[in-house]
Design a protein around this ligand. Structure first.
Ligand SMILES: [Zn+2]
Length: 121
């Protein structure tokens, strides 16, 4: 996951992609869990997806009361993520777009991905 967060700092959402079977690998690993190939490369993803599931995080240390959820990306994999709108404004299947947020933590600044529904309906 280390590389994943390094890329986020540069405002890029990148995950490994298998050169053999073409699937994106998330959470990131050094090998392909689908075909066991180690022939993987890091690629940037589009940032376009749809909302698959969502909830409110009441227990998080950094993210209390943040909306969190799962987004299915155009590339065909699902990612656990912060969501940039309150629950009342969300619908399953809604198109969402990638954004980045920076947070101060005890260990310094981190960059995270966040997906926000598009206003056009
Ligand atoms: Zn593969």
């Amino acid at each position: 996951m280390e590389r994943f967060f390094e890329e986020l700092k540069n405002k890029k959402l990148k995950v490994p992609k298998c050169r053999d079977c073409g699937k994106h690998i998330y959470p990131p690993r050094d090998f392909c869990p689908f075909c066991s190939s180690e022939n993987v490369e890091w690629v940037e993803v589009s940032g376009d997806g749809t909302l698959y599931a969502y909830t409110i995080n009441n227990n998080g240390i950094h993210f209390t009361d943040q909306t969190i959820g799962i987004v299915e990306l155009k590339e065909g994999f699902k990612i656990f993520t912060l969501i940039g709108k309150p629950l009342e404004e969300l619908k399953i299947g809604q198109p969402v777009k990638l954004e980045f947020i920076e947070l101060e933590t005890g260990e310094g600044k981190i960059t995270l991905h966040k997906f926000t529904p598009q206003n056009k309906s």
